[in-house]
Design a protein around this ligand. Structure first.
Ligand SMILES: Cc1ncc(COP(=O)(O)O)c(C=O)c1O
Length: 496
């Protein structure tokens, strides 16, 4: 029996008519219709298999049978809200807490990453009595109004006048392309000192800091791995100023980084955020999310006198799903798999870097890996169009990958945690082939060779993953060379 209710053209037609045009689709000139998925594979209406390298929501694998069964069984019994006693709620809270440091002991269950971060801001405002928020350059924390305000990934097109006065943007702690790089003697302190400067300037204007919010590893911001010790020092400055620290683990939590269950733990045991927000992988596709905080913050929230009620958050079905996800992570040692396969993937990519001048940087932890493409390893000119070309060509080879970061030149790996070394080999082999073709077409030479322009061999590249010359949806243009004429200058300084 076909799993497709409508023919593809009809689906496209109805989507155009009834779905908001700002809801973008991958590869809009030739979108993929996915009708089924299992593990790390997705299938289109013709049964064509795609290797999914990007879906961090399907954390334990698409449609994992244990998760599906747990949700279905609970749905047959009961689904209601948290105003009734239910074992699933408390058992899930207890099990989730066991993955966290003791201090983080109180949960609020909500329905999306945006809801979690919005609630985190309310908690911070209530606990501190302050208003101002420090966020990172290129950060994205969600789609609701309060979060667009603190998401430079979205609001950076606004003029200074339009930007909210209570929001302060600190530099992204990116040691590859950022303000302080790997050759800086102490990038962690330098980036943390910038946060302190922001606090001092805000104080001079009579403003007070409620919170510093950051992803433990920036994802949309370009797969950025902050230097060790950064968060400890930021926390010290923020706490001194009366604020608290919110770690957004919506993309990076639940064992993805391999060595730890939570990405903030990469910084060491001496860093514990005051609030952790979770989403995407928490329900393996079931819409649920969570805010975990300290007793002190939760008690301060209570003193406002306002009840916190959330119709769907923490319902018995969501909690059954959440429990099943935690069980599968342990039963199938998916955190261990993330560590092993992540290391393997990174090492294979490192080998590609030695060969391909277009690869500027490989960075990652576990199955959270970024490959930054540059036209020149000295100037770091982003290879935006080339990254989009790679994505597009991989799609033709039935591999789904995306490119992100402020210049949209970072290939992002964040697959389901059941990703295998064979999957890694397949995608690396295809990228190798595509980069070789691209470099040949551009007159770039492989390892050790100068970067020579060959007029006749230049060819036109796509500028976004949807195959459009002009990118129309995501706000990413600032600082990007998207659509700019490409010039492949002779560069004898090319290092490998
Ligand atoms: C880091 C981060 N935080 C929060 C969100 C918002 O989550 P949701 O789309 O579930 O509201 C996202 C979504 O992409 C995200 O990447």
């Amino acid at each position: 029996m076909s799993v497709e209710a409508l023919e593809k053209n009809k689906t496209i037609d109805l989507r155009k008519r009834h779905i908001g045009p700002s809801c973008k689709i991958f590869f809009s000139h030739d979108p993929i219709k996915i009708v089924q998925a299992r593990g790390q594979y997705m299938y289109d209406e013709k049964g064509q298999r795609y290797l999914d390298c990007i879906n961090n929501v399907a954390h334990v694998g698409h449609c994992h049978p244990d998760v599906v069964k747990a949700g279905a069984q609970q749905m047959e019994l009961l689904n209601t809200n948290t105003r009734f006693l239910h074992d699933n709620l408390v058992m899930y809270a207890q099990k989730l807490q066991a993955t966290l440091p003791d201090k983080l002991s109180v949960c609020y269950f909500v329905n999306s990453g945006s809801e979690a971060n919005d609630l985190a801001l309310r908690l911070a405002w209530q606990y501190t009595g302050n208003k101002d928020i420090i966020t990172l350059e290129n950060a994205y924390h969600g789609h609701v109004s309060s979060l667009i305000d603190i998401s430079p990934y979205k609001f950076h097109q606004l003029s200074d006048a339009e930007q909210n006065q209570f929001v302060h943007v600190a530099p992204s702690p990116d040691v590859y392309r950022g303000k302080y790089r790997a050759d800086h003697p102490n990038p962690a302190s330098a980036y943390a000192d910038d946060v302190k400067d922001i606090i001092d300037k805000a104080h001079k204007k009579g403003r007070k800091i409620a919170a510093f919010i950051a992803e433990s590893l920036q994802s949309c911001g370009g797969q950025v791995i902050p230097p060790m010790g950064y968060f400890q020092q930021v926390a010290e400055h923020v706490h001194k100023a009366g604020g608290i620290v919110i770690a957004d683990e919506v993309q990076v939590g639940f064992g993805r980084v391999g060595s730890h269950f939570w990405a903030f733990q990469l910084q060491g045991e001496d860093f514990v955020p005051d609030i952790v927000t979770m989403g995407k992988p928490i329900g393996n596709g079931h819409p649920m999310s969570c805010v975990v905080t300290t007793k002190e913050v939760a008690e301060a929230f209570m003193t406002s006198g306002m009840e916190y009620f959330n119709t769907f958050g923490g319902n018995p079905v969501s909690c059954a799903v959440g429990l099943a996800v935690l069980d599968v992570i342990v039963k199938e040692d998916l955190q261990g798999n993330a560590l092993r396969v992540g290391r393997y993937l990174s090492s294979q990519l490192e080998q590609l870097k030695r060969k391909h001048p277009l690869i500027g940087d490989i960075r990652g932890c576990g199955l959270f890996v970024g490959v930054e493409l540059v036209k020149d390893r000295v100037t770091l000119t982003p290879a935006t169009a080339e990254a989009q070309e790679v994505i597009y060509k991989l799609k033709e080879q039935h591999i789904l990958l995306s490119a992100d970061g402020p210049h949209r030149n970072v290939l992002k790996f964040k697959p389901p945690l059941c990703f295998s070394t064979e999957d890694a080999d397949l995608v690396v082999e295809k990228i190798n082939f595509i980069l070789t073709e691209l470099e040949e077409a551009q007159g770039l030479k492989e390892h050790g060779s100068p970067n020579i322009e060959t007029e006749g061999s230049k060819r036109k590249l796509l500028t976004d993953e949807n195959g459009h010359q002009k990118h129309s949806g995501l706000i990413h243009s600032k600082g990007s060379d998207q659509g700019a004429p490409r010039q492949f200058k002779q560069n004898k300084r090319l290092k490998t």
